[in-house]
Design a protein around this ligand. Sequence first.
Ligand code: OSB
Ligand code: MG
Length: 360
Amino acid sequence: MLRLPLVRFFETSFGRVHDRTFMLVRLDGGGVTARGECVADNDPYYSPETVDTAWHITAEFLAPLVLGVEFAHPREVFPALRRVRGHHMAKAAVEMAAWDLWARQAGRPLADVLGGTRARVAAGASIGIQDSLEQLVDRVGAELAEGYQRIKIKVKPGWDLDAAAAVRERFPDVPLMVDANAAYRLDDVEHLAGFDRFGLMMIEQPLDYDDIRDHAALQRRIATPVCLDESVHSVRLGRDAIDAGACRIINVKPGRIGGHGESIRLHDLCASRGIPVWHGGMLESGIGRAHNLHLSSLPNFSLPGDVAASRRYYDPDLIDPPIEVAPDGTIPVPQGLGIGVCVVEDRVERATIRRKEFRA
Ligand code: OSB
Ligand code: MG
């Protein structure tokens, strides 16, 4: 378990954070070392999981199910954890490390074994709630100057239509979207229809974190495409959401649905139903960020994701060189073995606050 200070605070409808405490999973096997990053937060505000529940579940329940077990393919890992209900973020950290291990053992980049088809992915910037609209507009300008291909702003009641209007006034044509992190109710439909005049790419997760039905009702009454994040916490719920007409776009976060294998299944399902996906972000360090880049190289990730440069989050990051965005707003998928980034062990060491080792 590590703690790292954020370069700048990040505020969503559920609160402001200045640092992140998160869990890394390291796997050693077959002569190689692999890593996964758990995206569970300190607080159960985005999802019910926290860094402490992830630690508990991993140590007490997941580790015994994988240690010393022979897997022919990392796709077998998520089903092997089935007895443990939920806890997808904890499971994903283990499962994603297994994919890194497999790719390294095979001498291939992770993107290759995941089925990636592009060498560079489109980067977008997610901008938190600011102290003033002027600061927001300045932040948008700064991100656009870095090359980011789309801007997402966080919204909540009291920081929503005015925020979108301020950005639109200054940047009339920028690809723009908003993310409410479940801050509204279906009763707010008239208010949410107010976003329609800004020509947004989408509104992300306007209603409750486990709702599908009300999102379907909302989507019938607003023009802006609804994108689901929190509500799609499994592949099956993704299917249910599409069937119900609850969204036209889905944000894929492997931590939310249980890892790379489940993300590929959701990606393929969406492709077959004509639903574009994009890769979400959870303020990851370079390790989780590298995983996300590899997964984003699959073909139906057709919209820019919340995959951005390391230095927006941590400076220094746990990896060197850091992940950077090119002036055209793309990030190259790392070329080396596995996740293909170089972990700086003494930075990991210095940020570590708790450690536990298991042997078969
Ligand atoms: O809803 O997408 C979200 C960060 C933490 C928790 C939830 C979300 C986010 C982001 C940040 O939007 C995306 C990023 O990593 O830049
Ligand atoms: Mg979101």
